[in-house]
Write a protein that binds this ligand. Sequence first.
Ligand code: PLP
Length: 412
Amino acid sequence: MTSLSPLLKQATPVIVDHAEGSWVHGTDGRAYLDFTTGIGVTSTGHCHPRVVEAARAQVGSIIHAQYTTLMHRPLLELTEKLGEVLPAGLDSVFYANSGSEAVEASIRLARMATGKPNIIAFHGGFHGRTVAAASLTSAGTKFRSGFSPLMGGVHFAPFPYAFRYGWDEDTAVDFALRELDYVLQTVSSVADTAAFIIEPVLGDGGYLPTPPRFLDGIRERADRHGILFIIDEVQAGVGRTGKFWGHQYSAATPDIIITAKGLASGFPISAIAASTELMSKGWAGSQGGTYGGNAVAAAAAVATLDVVRDEGLVDNARVRGEQLGAALKALQPEFPQMGDVRGLGLMQAVEFTTAAGEPDAAAALAVQQAAIDQDLLLLTCGGFGNVVRIVPALVVTADEVEQGVQRFAAAL
Ligand code: PLP
């Protein structure tokens, strides 16, 4: 008998029977409050009726056309809708299936457009598991070790991780910007650097919001040195942070934006957007793929963007995120192992530390596991594995947030 790969490491023992909104119903008959959302993917909740209907209708019309061979209506509609939310000037879109593929596409584009080899990424960043994407990733050695050599030309600069350093945000940002200049003057010269890449909120790296002033500082250096600025919105985008794009807490705008995950509520589709001028320097057959921009996924993405707009989900993410963050902070005095509570919108996290202030991965894992007994699904993350991340659907209600926090406290 064939079995699943022994390498499969499942964070929970739950086998899903069906799911709806913020709830997952297991084959064990239990209803779990899902604060994992397929790692930030099921943005409109599980099986939102409008997304289900759009996908169903599309399956009966055309499933796959391969869009560099045959264009289909959902992709044209999606492109038009993305145009309403993309930062000004990013008027050209390329589609793929996953976040990693889109990250790869952005790197290919940056290198081809600039003719320069190097990319500067940041400590704790996560950009995916394919070889180029893993090369940009430093959210944990597990994403890198064992399959070297990775792609060359990648250099890392520090991220302003204020809590870890025991600094205030301004001090951490000043330090990180000075270090970035140092990296530019030493290991990756300006003349060789094609792009900076960063997430607006470090995802797998520990749910660390990137301070707006840091994003502004990177933008300023990108302009000064003629380096492209890539913002990876794969996890933070499509409303999750309480703004449509996570980087919109700062004034900085990207030259290339990457989106995936929440874009289609669970259907695999990703995209990069850039100016037409930039995009035209990186195409020429270098980008593409069999399944990218699939018609059913595109139809689901169109429905998702409609639901996000019609149901005010960006605002809901902000308001429910504030509720969640405040309720978690209120638990801190009682549970000193909750070293830091932080987040933006519905990307909230608790970083667990020992009495000596060291990362406590065992505590994070214990809480995540204990939460399952409370019918609450959570994930861990962070370079040290000591962060519990809380990633509800954007449709989460005030009552569900309250229930989630009560269950979290019981797990603690
Ligand atoms: N970029 C970010 C910020 C992510 O969070 C992820 C996935 O978690 C990726 C890229 C890679 O996306 P995928 O897993 O769809 O390849």
